[in-house]
Write a protein that binds this ligand. Structure first.
Ligand code: NAP
Length: 328
């Protein structure tokens, strides 16, 4: 009894400011725990949707390598026919054969298109190839980054245009091609591959980061526009994945495309608008948000500045790294 009375008098002596701060702190901690729990559920426990319910076909751009190829396999494995689109016919034939050999019981159709020249003629050609197909899923995966980081004024005009066409035009026009059918059928899932580069200031990769930011905003707005019409539009923003584009080897923080897509497929068709499906990427994203932007920008400037110097040296050495020349 005595101890309860002393506790009550202790409470009275706590100032309203302190108890107010404690209350706000408690609410913040609870909200954080809730956010972590929901993310953990979505990342590890939530099952993939049944893609066959969205339509008979899925379309994947840039599907002969890396993330696009791995997504084509994930979708075929789940019983959806796939249209794979890329620029090299021999590679498309090989991927089609690889999927056919797996005997998933699905059809694979391929279309040869160079998204670097995605003019009206190329767009009409693809639209014709897709005509009449009930497309439930579109993965806008094809994209391009700089050959190596550089100041914007150092980029040749062709490279500037290539980055816009490959990242922005491909995403916008492919979406336009399939969306009307999805609206008519009141179902569909569109996935646009952005990048973590869109989320932070990217000195020396300014145009790539900005193109991917466009994709992010485009996806979120479309997701809001069409959520009431049974269609989701999701932006996936990976950090590094071990592909030719990234020129990175697999490590604990760099998944193979297959590992990335095994996680990524479980997010498609859900209303989450921007996601980093690989959990280490998602955690890194949270951590980076807590660091002052000036520090992350300084860090990226240093790292990308190093890559710029190596790229310039390689160009000056006829496309061969000077280190390799020295070893020989
Ligand atoms: N890898 C990463 O670390 C990373 C990180 C963030 C975001 N992303 C994004 O993820 C997407 C896929 O990247 P990735 O790393 O998987 O690339 P990747 O392994 O280099 O594969 C690129 C694919 O795109 C095709 N492609 C390239 N240029 C093309 C063109 N002009 N026309 C038609 N197809 C073309 C390639 O086909 P061919 O074989 O015929 O050339 C290949 O199928 C990109 O949008 C990229 O920005 C990647």
């Amino acid at each position: 009894m005595e101890s309860m009375m002393s506790f009550a008098s202790d409470l009275k002596s706590v100032s309203p400011l302190t108890s107010g701060c404690a209350l706000i702190g408690g609410v913040v901690v609870l909200l954080f725990i809730k956010k972590v729990a929901i993310s953990a559920y979505k990342t590890f426990l939530r099952p993939a949707i049944d893609f066959t319910k969205l339509g008979k076909w899925a379309v994947v751009t840039g599907a002969t390598d890396g993330i696009g190829k791995a997504y084509a396999f994930e979708l075929a494995k789940r019983g959806v026919n796939v249209v794979i689109i890329s620029r090299t016919e021999s590679k498309l034939e090989a991927v089609k054969k690889e999927i056919d050999d797996k005997k998933y019981g699905v059809e694979v159709k391929y279309v040869v298109c160079d998204y670097g020249k995605f003019d009206t003629k190329a767009r009409d050609m693809i639209a014709k190839e897709l005509e009449g197909l009930e497309i439930g899923v579109l993965i806008n995966n094809v994209g391009a980054s700089y050959r190596y980081p550089r100041y914007f004024h150092e980029l040749p005009k062709e490279e500037i245009q290539h980055l816009l066409t490959m990242n922005v035009d491909s995403t916008v026009w492919m979406t336009e091609m399939v969306l009307k059918g999805m609206v008519e059928r009141k179902k569909g899932a569109i996935v646009n591959l952005s990048s973590a580069a869109a989320r932070y200031t990217q000195p020396l990769l300014a145009e790539y980061g900005a193109c991917k930011s466009f994709i992010e905003k485009f996806s979120c707005s479309l997701n809001a526009e069409y959520s009431g019409k049974g269609i989701t539009c999701q932006c996936q923003a990976p950090f590094f994945v071990a592909t030719k584009l990234a020129k990175m080897r697999k490590s604990w923080s760099v998944p193979t495309p297959e590992e990335y897509c095994a996680q990524g497929i479980k997010w498609i068709g859900y209303p989450d608008d921007i996601v980093s499906p690989f959990w280490i990427h998602a955690t890194a994203g949270w951590v980076l948000l807590t660091i002052p932007q000036a520090l992350t920008t300084a860090h990226f400037t240093q790292v990308l500045g190093g890559l710029r110097k190596r790229g310039i040296a390689k160009d000056a050495n006829g496309g061969v790294s000077p280190q390799k020349t020295k070893k020989n």
